[in-house]
Design a protein around this ligand. Structure first.
Ligand code: PLP
Length: 462
């Protein structure tokens, strides 16, 4: 299988090279040239399988000959061994016809562990084989960074640098990044917002001298292998609820569009997904865009669901690529317009997006009210991101089709917001209970490319 860039100007790569490089050299994002199909019988055959076995069957066609079957099986087994629930992604019923897909049983208590733990194992297997080293650089609004650090800490062939917006992530998120003691781990507190951190990471990738000097690799949600890992739980959840014999809808708390785009891939592979509902918090650029067809960033208003506080949603480019009939030139032009302040979707592209996606927005008061209400109705304590999802899902449910809302983080990752909303203090799982006692280690950096690059060069183990 070949991978191509959304902007059409970068070389085609294998799965392994697309994974190792992350962002394409034309600034675009990698996608498979064709999306493999699963038949009705193959989907039905996932019923009752262990998560790891379902993961193998769903992901295998995308990975090609990068790994043998037994290598790939071992990689998947190691990736999910550290999860605190044998089902890995258990489904819980919230209300008649409404289910919660709990994606927070990994080591850092957010869904990003599904992708990041797999990527850590994929990178290690691939780099060990070739004897190469890479420098991983990522920007985080909180959960990606901790998941990346957790996945790469202590690996021989990787240095990992994570830029997080200073003072704009929760204490649990920060501590998960600043307390690992391994010296290949570097938490960088940038003076700025998440979008600044993400922009500096993109700048580093576009600085080819730097990129080649440190062998830069990205594990942000732009990395195709991350999207791929997330495709799996759409299958396991839908099959548990009767797919492929009946359709299922999903509502996804959305920021960078990686998680919901994985649902789109599952749908294109043949999984009967009726609607994919984009749930945004008050930073609702995606909801507005799917409504009026205008994509114009207006600045971020910090919320109690910080992992969704974005204005530039990087994986949306992948959705646009399909909405524009796989026309890389059109995507390159839109992204140039975005540099100038924003773009308008063509009528055809907007209609194409609306064939797949619905959207809704949930403000801060409604998020808190939803946490309270769901606790009363079902005893489930939601994190604020999951609460945004549940509120939007409730507005989009259709009779006869089960709705699955993705619960993207554990409530104990956002204890203050959850307690303020519900009066209940969410406890950390036992395996993380000493997090508040561990010493922290972080480096402050200005929002300046040159300064950050110099620091990374000094710290990499070459
Ligand atoms: C990252 C994250 C999201 C947003 O996911 P995207 O793939 O960026 O859309 C939502 N909730 C939580 C808890 C997250 O960590």
């Amino acid at each position: 299988m070949k991978y191509i860039s959304t902007r059409g100007q970068a070389p085609e790569l294998t799965f392994e090279d697309a994974m190792l490089t992350g962002l394409a050299r034309d600034g675009g994002l990698y996608l498979p040239q064709a999306i493999p199909q699963m038949t009705h019988a193959q989907i039905a055959g996932l019923e009752g399988l262990a998560y790891e076995d379902a993961a193998f069957r769903v992901m295998r066609p995308f990975v090609d000959d990068a790994f043998t079957d037994s290598e790939f099986e071992a990689i998947i087994a190691r990736a999910y061994a550290g999860f605190g629930h044998v089902a890995r992604a258990p489904l819980k019923q919230l209300a008649p016809g409404h289910f919660l897909l709990e994606l927070f049983h990994g080591p850092t208590l957010a869904f990003k562990d599904f992708a990041m733990q797999l990527i850590g194992q994929l990178f290690e297997a691939s780099l060990k084989r070739s004897g190469r080293r890479v420098t991983i650089v990522g920007a985080t609004s909180g959960d990606t960074g901790s998941a990346a650090i957790e996945a790469f800490r202590g690996l021989d062939s990787v240095d990992v640098f994570i830029l997080f917006p200073d003072g704009r992530i929760s204490e649990v998120q920060r501590r998960q990044m600043t307390t690992p003691v391994e010296d290949n781990v570097h938490a960088l507190a940038i003076d700025g917002h998440f979008d600044d951190a993400q922009a500096r990471v993109k700048d580093m990738f576009n600085d080819f001298d730097f990129r080649d000097a440190v062998n830069l690799a990205a594990v942000n949600s732009i990395n195709w292998a991350r999207v791929l890992a997330q495709v799996v739980y759409y299958f396991t959840a839908a099959v548990s609820l009767g797919a492929p014999h009946r359709p299922v809808s999903f509502t996804v708390p959305t920021g960078n569009f990686g998680d919901i785009f994985a649902g789109y891939i599952a749908r294109r592979m043949g999984l009967p997904i009726e609607r994919l509902v984009v749930a945004t918090n008050q930073n609702d650029i995606l909801h507005r865009c799917l409504g009026a067809g205008e994509y114009r960033p207006e600045g971020v208003a910090p919320s109690i669901s910080p992992s969704m506080d974005i204005q530039v949603s990087s994986n949306f480019e992948r959705a646009l690529y399909y909405a524009y009939g796989q026309d890389g030139t059109a995507i390159a032009r839109l992204m140039e317009e975005l540099q100038e302040g924003g773009f308008s979707l063509s009528q055809g592209a907007l209609e194409s997006l609306r064939e797949t996606y619905d959207s809704g927005r949930c403000d801060e008061d409604e998020t808190r009210a939803t946490i309270r209400r769901v606790l009363g109705e079902s005893g489930e304590l939601l994190c604020p991101h999951s609460a945004v999802g549940v509120a939007v899902a409730d507005a989009h449910r259709r009779p006869g089709t089960p709705m699955v809302t993705l619960a993207t983080a554990h409530p104990a990752k956002f204890p203050d917001a959850v307690e303020a909303a519900s009066g209940r203090h969410p406890a950390l799982p036992a395996r993380l209970s000493d997090l508040y006692e561990r010493p922290e280690r972080a480096t402050q950096v200005p929002n300046e490319l040159a300064a950050i690059e110099t620091l990374i060069k000094q710290r990499t183990h070459h």
